[in-house]
Write a protein that binds this ligand. Structure first.
Ligand code: SAH
Length: 217
């Protein structure tokens, strides 16, 4: 049974106000955050932390991103209804659900099997329907489903994978935190003629985008 009460809804309204004060202005993003029950993407014993503007562990050494960071990356993506989005790093599935609330068609990849399986069953239970939830390596993207209008990476990438640039439509946007200790939030815009423009949007701290060498077992 889905346990989303008036108390949870009240806490979400407060969270939305916090994120608005931090500078997020797009009402569609704020509405999505108000709708998606973040506490149901975390273990139930951590309920009291669900609506603080903080990242939180979701198991397997991973975290659900801070709501402000989710909102910030979403704002950079400039989501339009019907956009075809690739997300690297499904994690809890929370970011994917924010994008779906905004009318995006979401394809998402997770590298860790336990998280892939957990998020898959959780999204199903909550009634969210991504176009595809894939267990695989985000460095490679999903060439068979490309091109995408927008691509979002939700783990810290040591570099910008060329495969992701290649899978972006002309006119498309890639949002990716790049760096090891801390990450610079980059927005790459591919023009209709295929030229790339790169913007920097401040420092963040993400868990690393794992490759075969940094993957444990
Ligand atoms: N978007 C998530 C936050 C995920 S944290 C949410 O809303 O909860 C980053 C996620 O990226 C982790 O789940 C991690 O396992 C995953 N990840 C790390 N390296 C990856 C890779 N190479 N490909 C796909 N996913 C990866």
């Amino acid at each position: 049974m889905i346990n989303d009460t008036y108390r949870h809804k009240g806490l979400r309204k407060k969270l939305v106000e916090t994120i608005r004060e931090k500078g997020i202005q797009d009402e569609r993003i704020l509405q999505a955050i108000e709708h998606v029950p973040r506490h149901l993407f975390m273990d139930s014993s951590f309920l009291e932390f669900a609506y603080e503007d903080k990242p939180f562990p979701i198991g397997n050494g991973q975290t659900i991103s801070q709501p402000y960071t989710v909102a910030f990356q979403t704002e950079l993506l400039d989501i339009k209804k019907g956009d075809k989005i690739l997300e690297i790093g499904t994690g809890s599935g929370y970011q994917a659900c924010i994008l779906m609330e905004m009318g995006a068609r979401v394809f998402t990849i997770e590298r860790q099997k336990a998280l892939y399986l957990k998020s898959k069953s959780n999204l199903k239970e909550l009634g969210y329907k991504p176009k595809l939830q894939s267990y695989g390596d985000g460095y490679k993207g999903l060439p068979q489903w490309s091109p995408f209008d927008k691509i979002i990476v939700t783990a810290g990438a040591p570099y910008i994978p060329q495969a992701l640039i290649d899978q972006l439509k002309p006119g498309g946007i890639l949002v990716i935190p790049v760096g090891t200790e801390t990450q610079l939030m980059k927005r790459i815009i591919k023009s209709t003629s295929g030229e790339l423009t790169e913007e920097d949007h401040g420092l963040f701290r993400f868990v690393p985008l794992l490759n075969d060498k940094t993957m444990e077992a």
